[in-house]
Every structure is written in C-alpha cells, then in structure tokens.
Design a protein around this ligand. Structure first.
Ligand code: GRG
Length: 309
C-alpha cells in the first residue's frame, strides 16, 4: 500500500466513522422508498416480477452513493431519493437481463432464484424493460425542490449511462470477449468502466448535481467514482474466485467456467488486490478538500475492497 502523508491522513480519518450504522440507516431509507415506489396493479404478473427483483435485497450501494454525495454538497435525502430509487431500478434491471440464458445464464442472484427462473424468460425480459422505463418516469415525476436544469442533466446522464455508451456497450464487448484468451488489460478496463463503472459514477455524480454542485466539484467526485468503480470490479473478480455461492448469493467460480478473462486471470490474486487498494487510495485522495464531511465516501471506498459479497 502507498503510504504518503496525505494518504495516511485520509485513511486515518475514516477510522472514527461508523460505516455499518451509516449504511444501515441509508439502506432502511432506500428499502422503504423502493417498496412504496412500485405497487401491484394490472397486469399483476409483471408488477410482481418487477417487485420480486427490486426488493430482493442487495447492498443498495448505488442509491446510497447518490444520497451521500447529495448531502456532501449541501442537499437533503428528500431531493435525491427519487433518483436514488431510479438508480437501483436500473441496476436491478441490468442484473435481471445479465442473468438471462442469452447473457450470463445464472440461476441465483442476491441469494434467491433469478427472475427468469421464477417468472420465465419472457416475463423477466419485460420486467427488466418495465423497470428501466419506470426509473426515468419515477425520477422525472417524483423529484421535488431541484432546479429543472439540474434534473434534466441527471436524466440525460442516466440515459447515456444505460445505453450503448455505457452498460449496453460494456455488456456487448463482454459477450464478444467470452472464450477469447488474448483480451488485453485495456479491453478489460473498457468492459468494466462501461458495464460496472458507468452506473457507479452516475450514482456519485447525480447526487452532487441534484444538490447544485459546481462543475469542478462534479469533476472531482467523478474521479473518486472512476477509481472506486474499477476497484469494485477488480474485487468482484477476486470474490468470484475466493468466495462460496452462499457468501456471494450467486454462483461462484463462474468466470473460469465461462472462460472469461478477469483481473485475477491477467494479474494474479495478489496483484489484483494491490491494484484495487491503490485505486481506493486514489479515490480517497480526491476527498481531501472536504475534510471529515467526506468520511462516508472514504469509508465506502474502503468498504469496496474489504466487502465479502
Ligand atoms: C442497461 C438497457 C440495459 C441493459 C443491460 C445486461 C446488461 C445490459 C449489462 C450488464 C451490467 C451488469 C450486470 C454489470 C455487473 C455489475 C455488478 C458488478 C453487479 C453487482 O453489483 P452489487 O455487488 O450487487 O452492488 P447488489 O446485489 O449488492 O446490488
């Protein structure tokens, strides 16, 4: 681990912060908001399928990041909650589609049967589509006390994040790369900055934009987010090798089985851990100007490399 004076200061501040309580409080807020965001109407089956995956648990990291940066920039939970829910709806739809037989083909997610295993492939595809569309409707209609220009900026950014310039593009390259053993680190980075990093970055940045952050602050938080986004994926690859199905809540050892190039397969486990740690230090360094106010973001960055699922 790099140990410059600045980094030591940044790391030490976080020791005084109770992340477990912080995450627990925000998770409860998000769970309640998600639960009330989507009720079951006609046709019942599609709403049930959408709620099945949306309320299946998960860390709720994306909405929490959005709430956290909004607060850091002087905003409130209330102004960010509709966007926070939209981020989780989009994340959930991407998991539903990722688990489909035509994509990653998995039977378990968040410790439960995947959406298509319960409702069938046709409904699972439509549940994903329904959540994606509803995410935009919900953020656009439920957000209060935000300057219209800032809300439009966030909605446009969400659109770019899910499309071919973001998740869809990353997923396509990921599918094309399966079974190929000559994937470079640059290609792997492209896949993951699009597939995983883009939504994490938008989660961080959207909270700040809703609160009216300046361009300079948005850039700084963007840099923090890019670092944690890549670290998150490196750790995801590591956990796929080192964790059990029970710990992950989904099938483990899948990357090897699907002949996927991963960070551990390119760098080995130890180097992958070192790279993830260095990215987190880079992320934390971006937060120095905010002092103790940014402790939640520091602690979340550390959590990303220490998490077990
Ligand atoms: C977005 C239109 C559209 C289509 C989806 C399938 C697809 C295109 C993209 C795949 C995106 C994907 C599933 C990336 C993996 C991201 C990832 C590491 C997920 C795990 O996130 P966690 O650990 O999960 O935060 P929990 O369950 O805690 O929320």
């Amino acid at each position: 681990m790099v140990t410059t004076g600045e980094n030591l200061v940044a790391q030490r501040e976080v020791l005084h912060f109770d992340l477990a309580s912080y995450l627990n409080e925000k998770q409860q807020l998000v769970e309640a908001a998600l639960d009330s965001s989507l009720s079951i109407t006609c046709p019942k089956k599609i709403y049930e399928a959408m709620r099945y995956s949306l309320l299946a648990g998960g860390k709720r990291l994306r909405p929490i990041l959005c709430l956290t940066t909004c607060e850091l920039m002087g905003g409130t939970n209330e102004i960010a909650l509709p966007t926070a829910c939209a981020l989780e709806m989009i994340h959930t739809m991407s998991l539903i589609h990722d688990d489909l037989p035509a994509m990653d083909n998995d039977d378990y997610r968040r410790g439960k049967l995947t959406n298509h295993k319960v409702y069938g492939e046709d409904i699972a595809i439509l549940a994903g589509d329904g959540l994606l569309a509803y995410a935009f409707e919900y953020a656009a209609t439920q957000t209060r006390n935000v300057a219209p220009h800032n809300l439009i900026t966030v909605l446009a950014r969400l659109g770019r994040t899910v499309g071919a310039a973001g998740l869809v593009g990353g997923q396509v390259l990921d599918l094309e790369s399966e079974g190929q053993d000559d994937i470079s680190v640059d290609t792997l980075k492209f896949i993951h900055t699009h597939k995983t990093g883009a939504l994490l970055e938008t989660s961080v940045v959207s909270g700040a934009i809703l609160a009216g952050a300046s361009e300079e602050e948005v850039q700084r938080l963007s840099q923090y987010a890019q670092n944690i986004g890549l670290a998150f994926q490196i750790v995801d690859d590591i956990l796929d090798v080192t964790s059990t199905k029970e710990e992950l809540g989904k099938t483990s050892g899948k990357d090897l089985r699907d002949q996927k190039v991963t960070y551990p397969s390119l760098w080995g486990l130890e180097e992958s851990k070192r790279q993830a740690q260095n990215l987190v230090i880079g992320a934390i360094t971006e937060l120095i100007p905010y002092g103790a106010k940014a402790d939640p973001l520091r602690a979340i960055a550390n959590f990303i490399v220490t998490r077990k699922n």
